[in-house]
Design a protein around this ligand. Structure first.
Ligand code: ZN
Length: 335
């Protein structure tokens, strides 16, 4: 029997830690979720190493071989993908040599990638953007991540921050963003922004927000993003409006991405797009199309939903790790 070479993909976000087995066709199996929220650096290393040990055992029982580990992380990384510069939703991660430390723990080659970059790589290699020449992706969840692949290269930028679509300025002097700037897309079109917009709408119109308020036990401050999305899917008019407005912000931001990159396709992913689907994508598409510049000659890049759904980052990280051990160029070195 031929031993299949597989990788372990890991997705460490602000609220969850997931890991699974990724094969060379991008198929994900044995998805595991760490039972607690992990934020601290040392805790995260231990938890990831534990998940890798479990999955490695399973891979060996199947008669396959694990060749590397790829980690998608919601953090700003150095351009060489060796160190975490900062991670706003994680604790104690500033300037840590995460790749080398994890590689030493697990005894396997490790590749680390920003989560938005891992997601676009997943969609480029195994999803909605296969074979595309110029791909931009936005991942909409608690925040907004993004990534860019041009001519088969994942673009990391001069200091590792390329493709941070969430930090495009959409409103001059607008809302304060977690990054320190003002008016960033993330402050208008993320899951966090969705909850804030719904709370404001409920305070302004308690009658129209009756269903939302019921769901939050009558307290507008307890309205959260998943409740708004769920009610929008059930047809609640106020929730639908708030979700559609988020889609419009997203679409106008993506038109700016198109002005810079002229992508052949734009992929939309992340937990919120996964959950709300066309309720976000359709208004985004309309706002995007109407805001595009140079319309006379532009070939309008389609907006597509991520085929890998919310697993794009995990699968992309695994695919990145596989490419690295195969000797294909990635920004990450391996041991
Ligand atoms: Zn920002």
């Amino acid at each position: 029997m031929v031993r299949k070479h597989v990788t372990i993909g890991v997705d460490l976000g602000g609220t969850k830690l997931l890991a699974g087995i990724v094969d060379c066709e991008g198929h994900l199996s044995s998805l595991q979720r760490w039972p607690a929220r992990v934020r601290d650096y040392d805790q995260s290393l231990t938890a990831i190493a534990d998940l890798v040990t479990q999955l490695r055992r399973e891979i060996e029982q199947r008669g396959d071989t694990v060749v590397a580990v790829g980690v998608a992380i919601a953090a700003f990384l150095t351009a060489d993908r060796e160190r975490v510069r900062d991670a706003t939703n994680l604790v104690g991660w500033r300037d840590r040599p995460f790749r080398a430390e994890l590689a030493a723990r697990v005894g396997l080659p490790v590749v680390i990638e920003n989560d938005g970059d891992a997601a676009v790589w997943g969609e480029y290699t195994h999803g909605a953007a296969r074979g595309e020449r110029c791909v931009a992706m936005a991942t909409v969840g608690t925040g907004i991540g993004g990534g860019v692949v041009i001519d088969g290269n994942l673009i990391s930028g001069g200091s590792g921050l390329a493709g941070e679509i969430g930090h495009l300025q959409v409103v001059p002097s607008g809302r304060t963003c977690g990054c320190g700037a003002r008016g960033c897309l993330e402050a208008y079109a993320s899951g966090t922004a969705l909850a804030q917009a719904a709370r404001a709408a409920a305070a302004a119109d308690p009658v129209g927000a009756r269903q939302l308020l019921d769901r939050a036990g009558g307290d507008p401050e307890r309205i959260d993003g998943p409740a708004v999305t769920a009610l929008a899917l059930e047809g609640d008019p106020l929730s639908r409006r708030v979700v559609a407005e988020l889609g419009e912000w997203l679409g106008s931001g993506l038109a700016q991405v198109a002005a810079v990159l002229d992508p052949s396709v734009i992929v939309l992913g992340g937990g919120l797009v996964d959950a709300a689907g066309e309720l976000i994508v359709e208004p985004a598409r309309i706002a995007y199309t109407s805001a595009l510049s140079i319309r006379a000659v532009r070939q309008v890049a389609p907006l597509r939903r991520a085929e890998l759904g919310n697993a794009a980052g995990l699968v992309g990280a695994g695919a990145r790790a596989a490419a690295a051990v195969a000797g294909l160029p990635t920004a990450s070195a391996v041991d």
